[in-house]
Design a protein around this ligand. Sequence first.
Ligand code: CA
Length: 231
Amino acid sequence: MRVLVVEDETRMAALLKRGLEEEGYAVDLAADGDEGLFLAMENEYDLVLLDAMLPGRDGYDVCRTLRERRRWAPVLMLTARDGIADRVAGLDAGADDYLTKPFAFAELTARLRALLRRGSTERAPVLEVGDLTLDPAAHSVHRAGQNVDLTAKEFALLELLMRHPGEVLSRTRILEHVWDFAYDPSSNVVDQYIAYLRRKIDKPFDRDDVETVRGAGYRLRAARVAASARV
Ligand code: CA
């Protein structure tokens, strides 16, 4: 198994390299984000161990860029602080797991083994409709390059709409997919969540892509797919 370690602190990097090699990993080191990105694009790694705080291009940026370039090697982020914001930023950037410094080496290798078992092949592809992107694996949504925070239900609702762009989805169908069969079909939970979603993905961007189709249900406008050509 080949691991890329991106870490600017030389002592830490040396420690990681030696420890991982003792565990039987082949280890390449990169001392900053640009070098890390270069090596990760050039080589096929089974794992990337990525320090969040790096000079120049930081770990979040490296991870996001790798995912944008369709590189799916599992990424374990090392963060300096145990802050929720740091962890969320890492996961939003497409990292698979994170570990807070300082950590026990045994925990690091346990996490790496778990990531290796998961592998890089089963990652769901990123959904794109116009300038909306949704990454089911990283559980992140972006519009026009901006991160959009959604609750679990809002996320599930948007994912359903994005899997069927331009298609009218009835309230019942939405209820069955996003909630469950037991949910009271007369409740207005779907309409409520459609409103929440509009408030987050449409209004701030001056859009109205989540359409109400009177008497039929809801539809995510797909016309923009053609209009906003993918870069
Ligand atoms: Ca660092």
